[in-house]
Design a protein around this ligand. Structure first.
Ligand code: SF4
Length: 330
């Protein structure tokens, strides 16, 4: 793996929200993403893992420029795209594609599969009509379906097949980078491994770079080269996948890893480790994890820890690891 393809630097996405107080006309600020930094190298799969509300999907959408950052920068091969005008984003929209969680709502039910796969090529004015048809015929087979399926409608397919169609559509414009946002969460356990295997094959075949977003730890471990653990909009730990699982450093990551169940033949492996949701609470000041941390010290209550390199290539935001220098990215 070589050059950096994506660099996210001090990314902030703050949203105004109405005050919960009755008769209040003030708005509060929700820091959905709070100074997040990471890089993704060409050909790499970088995993973002976190509970619901941790900001992982918001980061993916910001990189795709569905949102404009309220702070920080996003670089694509060294060019800042986070604050580009929409009119200047078209070349990057071709390079960056996405596969989302729900294959039922992401495919237009009134269009044939051929129209759905050809649409991105039409938007980007690629190829002649005959070439687009030829490409669609090739892509539908690449994702494991048949040419005859091009003339059917989305309702005629299962969830797994629809996700294959979503992947074919994403690949139709020959992207370099794909944001996979919980692409298997809505699927039956038996289909999850098949879609992961397909994504791995396509990465090898087309040299793709993935940002893989998931709340399922085991999925991220299997697929990703490096992982960032998100909590309430901040990265608490980032490292290569093997090191993170072998020797987690942050108390939150340790908690997640220790929740891995012993092998149970009645439970599918991909479904074993799902991050508990609904237990993170936003509190002002200090470490964001302080209310759930058994190692919490007095300074943790008022001094937020910053991401530091505790071991080579292994970064953690926790006052328990103080010896290393501070960084702005990984
Ligand atoms: Fe726990 Fe303190 Fe580390 Fe936060 S900084 S994870 S509260 S020990």
């Amino acid at each position: 793996m070589g050059e950096t393809l994506i660099e996210v630097k001090d990314l902030e996405l703050h949203f105004k929200q109405k005050s919960s107080k009755l008769f209040s006309f003030h708005s509060d600020c929700l820091k959905a993403v709070d100074k997040v930094s990471f890089t993704i190298k060409k050909g790499e799969t970088f995993g973002l893992v976190g509970e619901s509300g941790s900001g992982k999907s918001t980061i993916g959408k910001a990189i795709l420029r569905y949102y404009t950052p309220t702070g920080g920068e996003i670089y694509y091969q060294g060019t800042e795209i986070g604050h580009r005008k929409e009119s200047q984003m078209l070349p990057y929209r071709k390079k960056m594609q996405s596969v989302f969680q729900d294959p039922y709502s992401s495919l237009d039910p009134s269009h044939t599969i051929r129209e759905i796969i050809c649409e991105p090529m039409e938007i980007h004015r690629l190829y002649t009509a005959a070439e687009r048809k030829e490409k669609a015929e090739k892509l539908i087979e690449v994702v494991g379906l048949k040419k005859v399926d091009l003339y059917k409608y989305p309702h005629e397919f299962s969830g797994g097949q629809r996700q294959r169609i979503s992947i074919a559509r994403a690949l139709s414009v020959q992207p370099e980078f794909v944001v996979c946002d919980e692409p298997i969460s809505a699927l039956d356990v038996s289909l999850q491994a098949q879609i992961i295997h397909l994504l791995e094959e396509l990465q090898d075949q087309y040299g793709l770079t993935y940002l893989f977003i998931s709340h399922q730890l085991q999925v991220v471990q299997k697929l990703c080269d490096r992982i960032g653990v998100l909590y309430l909009g901040s990265i608490l730990e980032t490292s290569d996948s093997a090191a993170l699982y072998k020797k987690p450093l942050h108390p939150y990551t340790k908690m997640l890893i220790s929740s891995i169940l012993p092998p149970d033949p009645t439970v599918n492996a991909l479904d074993e480790i799902v991050i508990e949701s609904g237990v993170q609470k936003r509190t002002e000041g200090g470490c964001k994890f302080k209310n759930r941390c058994q190692s919490c010290m007095e300074r943790c209550r008022h001094e937020p820890p910053s991401l530091k390199e505790a071991e080579p290539g292994h970064w953690v935001a926790c006052h328990l690891y103080e010896k290393s220098h501070e960084i702005t990215g990984s």
